[in-house]
Design a protein around this ligand. Structure first.
Ligand code: BGC
Length: 757
């Protein structure tokens, strides 16, 4: 539908019809206007598969059966792949499924930052790091939209918990919003151009996301250039006319005419501009038209083929976290598979993303042809305490084997949309079982199934650990191939696993009180906090092992010094020095060791994944531009680069740097600080532009004399005087200046600094 057609339609629509276009027809469709041949489009949940509800169901919580589909690894797991191409591929497959099922827009990806390990929906989200989150989301969007199916990146913004998600106010400072929470959306919105964005339920700094003009219009549209439509999360509308004016085009689900009438009334009473309603309709129509024009009637949903794709993806979503020379297992080993999840894996979370999987492969089924494998259920995942009979059977199996593989994880009701976790522990029964099995069988490997970190009190007693996250319906097959070394693990943790929940930076402020949750930790989320505090962690961000080994050499930077507007090329050689083909994630962090700004120890600024045969070397290249070095300056309300030396660190995780290069940057524009009566002398001293004027400011000043080292007495007196001088605002030179300078004279000097002739 081009502009002309849309204008034509708008000119023929009544105000009531226009208002009706701004809300859903029902739970899953946009409104049609038959009289003008405006079609409806079909929305459907995802994002790790298709949750197309059966006609007539209003369910948005995954409680009612949807069509049989393929469950791909959830966001927590796909982020662990650190593989953009893989996510593009997954998006293509899901996009094709949508075409075949006549779904126009799939509701995802969900990109909210993992502020606390307890967020019930962490399994759907990608990372604690905004770059990783936004790159993964962008890749999925690119894949889905390449099939001419729309996406809805969600939940915009600061929806980082389930507790009171529909009303709580996330109190987040400007820098944390920009560097962490907005950044998780920004890259994907700018680069991958989602057709729609879903605003969240919560308030941000007091204002509902649905009526937050700053985020929906100023930042999303005006700064980032978003040109699709914003829809509400299901039931997120607060005050329909106000929401529309703020930039929320589509209310979902339908309000059955009630809110549409409020729009009409607001226009009639002059509280809402009809032009805003027209604009909202224009955006909805543009996408509705795009959906209709791009329907591919030849698409086929081949569930078996897509299951195979889900398995390929799962190979890269399972993280090897510990391996004391026990993995891969040998075909000839006598192995006891123990645990409920060996026969019935936990592979997805609960809520609106829940897929009705057409088939699920357990590890036991995948290994059914291997004669050396025994099985004991060990525990019932609905029970919290040990079942003596199941325990006895498990211990016997473990003793009789050469290796025990224990399948642990979080039961369904532990993590879901709608509520947060209460603690970070596995069910006590599983922790106890691991200890008891380790006591009779030292060769024990644990395979975990969980959407978010868990504490591991038994970590020193096990020899191997595989974190499968929630890796979709093919997890059992993928896991079997990884356990037996058919494929080398290549996933990395997209989040820190803290030793204890209490170590997490949000611990004192999660989930907040009745009204608000204060993001007190600011930008120090995840590894930005743990690394800065030098806290020991269970497993750091970016960590993961392989069956082969990689070595790094020849880190090169295109310059030693540059302007912040230059693009810096970085390259490093990576060699597979092991004996197996494998994939390596090359992580690039930027650090500013000496900084006047409170910054993280280092921040992930790029990453890539490569596959290398044994002995093969490849040169990996990155390009860094201004944003990689910048922080958000709350005074200038802009991205700023401090002058000085930066480190480019290549890491295997945020705690394991393997090569470091240095570069000096100077800001192209410089940070033009305007000096005034309350500027401090210390700040002026550190600025080359202001420094030459200090002598003039301090001339004849009594205080300045007290810092003269040759004359002053005790060291502490000098320290006090120079500290005082450092923090002294210009205006105080009146009080401490012995009456030698007037305000007018001080202002004249300030004017000279600010506007040199
Ligand atoms: C969830 C969204 C979901 C929507 C529709 C809401 O409760 O927060 O993520 O897309 O329902 O099911």
């Amino acid at each position: 539908m081009n502009n002309k057609m849309i204008n034509e339609l708008l000119s023929q629509m009544t105000l009531e019809e226009k208002a009706s276009l701004c809300s859903g027809k029902d739970a899953w469709h946009t409104q049609e206007i038959a009289r003008l041949a405006v079609p409806s489009s079909r929305l459907s949940d995802g994002p790790h598969g298709l949750r197309k509800t059966v006609a007539g169901t209003e369910d948005n919580l995954g409680l009612v059966e949807s069509i049989e589909a393929v469950c791909f690894p959830a966001g927590c797991a796909t982020a662990a792949s650190f593989n953009r191409e893989l996510l593009v591929k997954m998006g293509e497959v899901i996009g094709n499924e949508c075409q075949a099922e006549e779904v126009d827009i799939i509701l995802g990806p969900a990109v909210n930052i993992k502020r606390s390990p307890l967020c019930g929906r962490n399994f759907e989200y990608y990372s604690e790091d905004p770059l990783l989150a936004t790159e993964m989301a962008g890749a999925l969007i690119q894949g889905v939209q390449s099939q001419n199916i729309g996406t809805s990146i969600k939940h915009f913004l600061a929806n980082n918990q389930e507790t009171r998600r529909m009303t709580v106010s996330a109190e987040v400072d400007e820098r944390a919003l920009r560097e962490i929470y907005l950044a998780a959306f920004e890259g994907a919105v700018k680069k991958a151009k989602p057709w729609t964005v879903m605003c969240s339920y919560n308030r941000i700094n007091g204002t509902y996301a649905a009526e937050n003009h700053l985020f929906l219009t100023k930042i999303l549209r005006e700064e980032w250039g978003f040109d699709g439509y914003v829809m509400s999360d299901w039931g997120a509308v607060n005050d329909r006319p106000a929401d529309l004016a703020a930039g929320l085009e589509l209310e979902m689900p339908s309000s059955y005419g009630i809110n549409d009438a409020l729009i009409v009334k607001a226009v009639q009473e002059g509280r809402l501009n009809e032009a805003d309603v027209d604009e909202a309709c224009r955006r909805v129509l543009e996408i509705v038209g795009r959906c209709q024009e791009n329907r591919d009637r030849s698409a086929v949903f081949d569930r078996e083929k897509d299951h195979a794709a889900a398995k390929e993806i799962a190979y890269e979503t399972i993280v090897l976290l510990k391996n004391d020379q026990i993995l891969p297992l040998k075909e000839t080993d006598k192995i006891a598979m123990i645990g409920h999840y060996a026969m019935a894996p936990r592979y997805q979370g609960g809520g609106s993303s829940h897929i009705n999987s057409h088939k699920v492969a357990s590890v036991l089924e995948a290994l059914k042809d291997k004669p050396m494998i025994s099985f004991a259920r060990g525990y019932d995942d609905r029970q919290e305490t040990i079942d003596e009979a199941l325990l006895a059977e498990a211990l016997q199996a473990a003793k009789a084997a050469e290796v025990a593989v224990f399948f642990a994880g979080l039961p369904d009701h532990y993590e879901s949309e709608g509520y947060d976790r209460e603690h970070m522990r596995l069910p006590a029964v599983q922790n106890e079982m691991i200890e008891k099995i380790a006591a009779v069988q030292p060769n024990i490997v644990v395979v975990l199934h969980n959407g978010s970190p868990v504490e591991m009190p038994w970590i020193d007693k096990v020899k191997g650990l595989l974190e499968t996250y929630l890796s979709g319906e093919a997890v059992g097959e993928a896991c079997a191939d990884l356990l037996f070394g058919k494929v080398s693990p290549s996933a990395r943790l997209p989040e820190t696993f803290p030793l204890r929940l209490e170590d997490n930076p949000s611990y004192l402020n999660f989930p907040g009180d009745k009204e608000r949750v204060v993001y007190q930790e600011g930008i120090f989320v995840g590894y930005r906090y743990y690394d800065k505090k030098k806290l020991p962690v269970l497993f750091p961000f970016g960590y993961g092992l392989s069956y082969t080994e990689f070595q790094y050499a020849n880190l090169k930077l295109s310059a030693d010094a540059a302007k912040d507007t230059d693009v810096i090329q970085v390259s490093v050689d990576v060699t597979n020095t092991g004996r197996m083909k494998g994939k390596e994630v090359v992580q690039l962090y930027v650090a500013k060791p000496v900084s006047a700004v409170n910054r993280p120890e280092q921040e992930l600024r790029d990453f890539t994944k490569i596959e290398l045969a044994p002995g093969e070397t490849r040169t990996v290249s990155f390009e860094l531009s201004k944003r990689a070095f910048a922080y958000w300056d709350v005074n200038q309300h802009d991205w700023c680069v401090e002058a000085g030396e930066y480190e480019i660190r290549i890491g295997k995780s945020s705690r394991d740097m393997v090569a470091t290069g240095k570069i000096k940057l100077s800001p192209e524009k410089g940070q033009k600080v305007v000096y005034h009566m309350n500027s401090t002398l210390g700040d002026m001293m550190r600025d080359e532009r202001a420094k030459p004027y200090l002598q003039e400011l301090l001339k004849d000043n009594t205080l300045a004399g007290t810092t003269d080292l040759s004359e002053a007495g005790a060291k502490e007196h000098q320290d006090i005087a120079s500290a005082m001088l450092n923090d002294l605002p210009v205006r105080a030179l009146i009080s401490f200046g012995g009456g030698k300078k007037t305000f007018a004279e001080l202002q004249e000097i300030l004017d000279q600094i600010n506007h040199p002739s």
